[in-house]
Ligand binder design. Structure first.
Ligand SMILES: *[C@@H]1O[C@H](CO)[C@@H](O)[C@H](O)[C@H]1NC(C)=O
Ligand SMILES: *[C@@H]1O[C@H](CO)[C@@H](O)[C@H](O)[C@H]1NC(C)=O
Ligand SMILES: *[C@@H]1O[C@H](CO)[C@@H](O)[C@H](O)[C@H]1NC(C)=O
Ligand SMILES: *[C@@H]1O[C@H](CO)[C@@H](O)[C@H](O)[C@H]1NC(C)=O
Length: 528
């Protein structure tokens, strides 16, 4: 436990969350990605847009920089770019000495019709549904009993727009156990994702039976009493466990008459090809209010939401219009999450990404567009870039670059970012014309030795658009996110370069690359 936390505890819980003296200029501190001021974070939770404010909750250990004492941290934003830290929303019960309940992942809804009856003083109740993890067997205030290490689904509510929360002790857990046929899975039952389904007039919750690679679907009229109605899975990639599942509608090619449903599912371990550890897949299908059915085309291959190593527990916001579906994802990997060389925080989140569904190469494909500061740089053009490295007159540690180029006779083309003066340290973001893959090479990206698989190259398939290839590259002090084409593939990877590795280059391998256009700008810190 960090000394500063001891101090905060002495002052009481609210002090825990006060933005501490962290400067947001420590080595590797992301400048425009979300990080807690200090301590450990994992999954984003409870994302909701309510009364003009975006709420981000997240798995948080108030007591240190590794996993433990799982609580819900909280931050708010007017614009998804600037975040303000808020008091811990759900603090592990009994923290720090004798924890009896942890608050694992879940989601939040606005109960506008007061179906839960939690409303008070005219305020719309926000209701969070999460997994209660009980370290010890115990009898609960609701009269229910749980066994040691049981995972069960519970609710809490807020009548002050998400700032303070009350657990529903009279009824929790509201889904105590999986259905009888899966009674032996009571320790592997988690991560409820709840939404209002207008057509059926029900609340719907999707819960993971992690080890069996199943999504269990429940419905409710009041968020308190839940009926098990169907299951989905296993399907496509299974991995070790399925976690943090959710389903949501997206109009195919913008056609409101052709709405599909997307299931997004975290796998751990079991990421994309070449990734050791965590990953996230999606399956396109339909949902009738009780059952999710995969489209046969979406079952012909595994669909990766991101092809990189640092993308897990994707979650989208409730409370936004149907044509504005936005995901945020944990930018880390269980393979080495607790070993990354950052202090006094561990883990950041991806930039928010707007999702759409487009027919690409004949298949309904999730397309992602990053939500970042406006890009207003002027384009630079090269009719041809020669073999080798071409140094750019732009240096920086936080960069937004949009690079396009024509299919060429070179084998590879791309950007080198976060390069040291002698180029012994560098991260390569490029495209291979032969294999038609974009790639991120972090083998020489800086600190890589804290885990054996970290120094690797990652690949994603990307076709050209009439011979034109586009890469959007977001570099921060400890990450690279690449969006290929219109965003039909993304590849996210952490990097830990030296503070003075700030050079950028174009590289063209085994030949010249033609039709090159680059727009690139520094990204400002959103923290200071
Ligand atoms: C919500 O329902 C509860 C229980 O019936 C009631 O006490 C409360 O006044 C209602 N709140 C609102 C805002 O309607
Ligand atoms: C980089 O060089 C280009 C082309 O000469 C020029 O237009 C641009 O202003 C330069 N940028 C910087 C940051 O010096
Ligand atoms: C496009 O689809 C074909 C046929 O399924 C496949 O072989 C090819 O790899 C796909 N191309 C890309 C860039 O994904
Ligand atoms: C390639 O596509 C990008 C992005 O749409 C565009 O800015 C660029 O002008 C295109 N390049 C060519 C040579 O068509």
């Amino acid at each position: 436990m960090l000394p500063s936390v001891h101090h905060a505890l002495a002052l009481g819980i609210s002090a825990l969350s006060a933005v501490s003296a962290q400067t947001y200029s420590e080595p590797y501190r992301p400048q425009y990605h979300f990080t807690p001021a200090e301590n450990w974070m994992n999954d984003p939770n409870g994302l909701i847009y309510h009364n003009d404010i975006y709420h981000l909750f997240y798995q948080y250990n108030p007591g240190g920089t590794t996993w433990g004492a799982m609580s819900w941290g909280h931050a708010t934003s007017p614009d998804l770019i600037h975040w303000e830290h808020q008091p811990v929303a759900l603090l592990a019960r009994g923290f720090p000495d004798a924890i009896t309940e942890m608050f694992f992942s879940g989601t939040t809804v606005a109960d506008a019709d007061n179906t839960s009856g939690f409303g008070a003083n005219g305020a719309t109740p926000l209701v969070a549904m999460y997994t209660s993890y009980y370290p010890q067997a115990q009898d609960l205030p609701s009269g229910k009993s749980v066994v040691a290490n049981q995972q069960a689904q519970s609710i809490a509510y807020s009548v002050d727009d998400g700032m303070t929360w009350t657990t529903y002790d009279a009824g929790n857990p509201v889904i105590a156990e999986p259905p009888a046929e899966y009674a032996d899975q009571v320790l592997e039952f988690r991560d409820p994702s709840v939404f209002w389904h207008q057509a059926s007039g029900n609340w719907v919750a999707v819960v993971s039976l992690a080890k069996l690679h199943k999504l269990l679907i429940y419905t409710s009229t009041d968020l308190k009493s839940w009926e098990y109605v169907s299951e989905f899975g296993p399907a496509n990639a299974v991995g070790g466990v399925w976690e943090c599942p959710s389903i949501f509608p997206l109009a195919l090619d913008g056609d409101e008459q052709d709405v599909k449903w997307v299931a997004q599912i975290g796998l751990n371990p079991g990421g994309p090809p070449g990734v050791t550890g965590s990953g996230t897949q999606y399956i396109v299908g339909s949902f009738d209010g009780t059952s999710f059915t995969a489209d046969p085309e979406s079952m012909q291959q595994t669909n990766w939401l991101d092809w990189g190593p640092d993308f897990y527990a994707a979650l989208s916001f409730n409370g936004l219009p149907a044509d504005n579906r936005i995901d945020i994802t944990w930018m880390n990997n269980w393979q080495y999450a607790a070993a990354i060389p950052t202090d006094p925080w561990r883990s950041s989140l991806t930039v928010p990404r707007k999702l759409s569904l487009a027919t690409i190469n004949g298949t309904a494909t999730v397309v992602q567009q990053p939500i970042v500061q406006n890009h207003n740089s002027q384009p630079r053009h090269w009719s041809s870039v020669p073999t080798g490295n071409t140094k750019l007159n732009m240096t920086g540690k936080a960069i937004d670059a949009i690079l396009s180029f024509s299919e060429s006779t070179s084998t590879e083309f791309g950007l080198i970012v976060r390069a040291s003066a002698d180029l012994t340290e560098q991260t390569r973001v490029g495209y291979n014309f032969d294999t038609k893959q974009l790639f991120v090479d972090r083998t020489q990206s800086g600190e890589t030795g804290f885990e054996g698989s970290f120094a690797s190259v990652y690949y994603a398939p990307l076709g050209s658009n009439d011979g034109n290839i586009t890469l959007r590259v977001l570099v921060d002090w400890s990450s690279v996110e690449v969006f290929g084409g219109a965003g039909e593939v993304s590849l996210t990877a952490q990097i830990f370069p030296s503070d003075d590795s700030v050079d950028t280059y174009l590289f063209s391998t085994d030949g010249t690359t033609t039709g090159v256009e680059l727009r690139a700008q520094q990204v400002q810190s959103v923290w200071n």
